[in-house]
Design a protein around this ligand. Structure first.
Ligand code: PLP
Length: 390
């Protein structure tokens, strides 16, 4: 008989303490389980476009398989893709970039993970504007670092305050992470504010991490890359996931100072090696193919419907300038956002994410990356559930 050890002798690593699975994926799974049971659920939880990956991108992947591109690639990615990314950074973002300073990763998430593993020592502080995308603090902690949050406010459209960020800098500060357009607030930071933060980072020798994954999904604002003027401290992260409806293909990419990109590649070489060869060819077709202009207009219509509807329900929601999320004040439903989310899921069959997952207790994030019929139906059901509750 196999002898088993008592559970108490088996211990997981201390770095996992306090780490839960991604709340976003958890709620989406619960909503999908309800759908599987036959319920009609309006799902405003997921962080992915509802379009299919464009046909020319899928065809490029099929061609890659047929051409035998099914083996290991260079750790940092196939040369053609790194060249296309460097060209994109230069032309679209004004970043002086050569292919040797580009790494291709398994989704944007791995770019952030590689980067934080490469730059954060135990006890280092990383400044993150709040509300924030929940993986930033989780990954900072995994690397042994300490997330330091600097609040942004709905009254100010969730814009960053460079002075407040500068005030939070200490001798232990290793990096500042900016995400513009921002998940979960939809804020697009003013170029002058991004540059002011970059200047403060440059003055003190602090990395500025710029997550630009939603750069194409902007409405009436202008996106700006800090690496354009501050290449010495900036690391730019991006992915094809949101722009080209390619979340499942898992291709992210980054550029930054040479030693940082080399360190990220060293970490990747010992964890996942290269991103999937076939998906790299698909990403090449995405980056060299037609722009996804139409998506922006579609998201704008959905945004207006969602934000208008939430405000009509008395759930104060500033108009997002980018990405496909709206952060609503749901304290009138329940002071606890977790209770409010449960109420909406059980009574209105509407799934959205409690804001505490993003450092915004009392608020909920509604993703409008879904069709207008679903948005209208969800809002109507919320109205009905709130009316019944009185
Ligand atoms: C702000 C932000 N950065 C990065 C990612 C990671 O994207 P992926 O790993 O799917 O490319 C996401 C996904 O939700 C995100 O919202």
């Amino acid at each position: 008989m196999v002898k088993t050890m008592t559970p108490s002798r088996l211990k997981l690593a201390a770095r996992l303490q306090g780490m839960g699975a991604s709340k976003t994926l958890e709620i989406t799974a619960r909503a999908k389980a309800l759908v599987a049971k036959g319920y009609d659920v309006a799902i405003f939880a997921a962080g992915e476009p509802d379009f299919d990956t464009p046909e020319h991108i899928c065809q490029a992947a099929i061609a890659a398989i047929k051409a035998g591109h099914t083996r290991y690639t260079a750790v940092a990615g196939i040369p053609e893709l790194r060249e296309a990314i460097a060209r994109k950074f230069k032309l679209e973002n004004g970043i002086d970039c050569d292919p040797g300073r580009v790494i291709v990763t398994t989704g944007g998430k791995q770019a952030i993970y590689n980067l934080l593993m490469a730059i954060v020592d135990p006890g280092d502080e990383v400044i993150i504007p709040a509300p924030y995308w929940n993986s930033y603090p989780a990954e900072v902690k995994l690397a042994g670092g300490i997330p330091v949050f600097v609040s942004t406010w709905p009254e100010g459209g969730y814009q960053i305050n460079p002075q407040a960020i500068e005030k939070a800098m200490t001798p232990r500060t290793k990096a500042v992470i900016l995400c513009s357009p921002c998940n979960p607030t939809g804020a697009v930071y003013e170029p002058k504010d991004i540059d002011a933060v970059a200047q403060a980072c440059s003055d003190r020798g602090i990395y500025l991490v710029s997550d630009e994954i939603y750069e194409y999904i902007v409405y009436d604002a202008q996106v700006s890359s800090p690496a354009r003027r501050f290449p010495d401290v900036s690391v730019t992260l991006n992915a094809v996931s949101k722009t080209y409806a390619m979340t499942g293909w898992r291709i992210g990419y980054a550029t930054g100072p040479q030693e940082v990109i080399d360190a990220m590649a060293a970490i990747q070489s010992q964890s996942t090696s290269n991103a999937t060869s076939i998906a790299q060819y698909a990403a090449l077709a995405a980056l060299t193919g037609p722009p996804m202009e139409q998506a922006r207009q579609i998201f704008r219509e959905r945004r207006d419907l969602m934000v208008g509807g939430l405000n009509d329900l008395g759930l104060k929601t500033p108009l997002p300038q980018g990405a496909f999320y709206a952060l609503a004040d749901t304290r009138s439903i329940d002071p606890s956002d977790v209770n409010a989310a449960q109420f909406l899921l059980s009574e209105a069959k509407v799934a959205a994410i409690p804001g505490s997952a993003f450092g915004a207790p009392g608020y909920m994030r509604f993703s409008y990356a879904t069709d207008t019929t679903t948005i209208a139906r969800g809002l109507e059901r919320m109205r009905e559930a709130l009316r019944k509750r009185g």
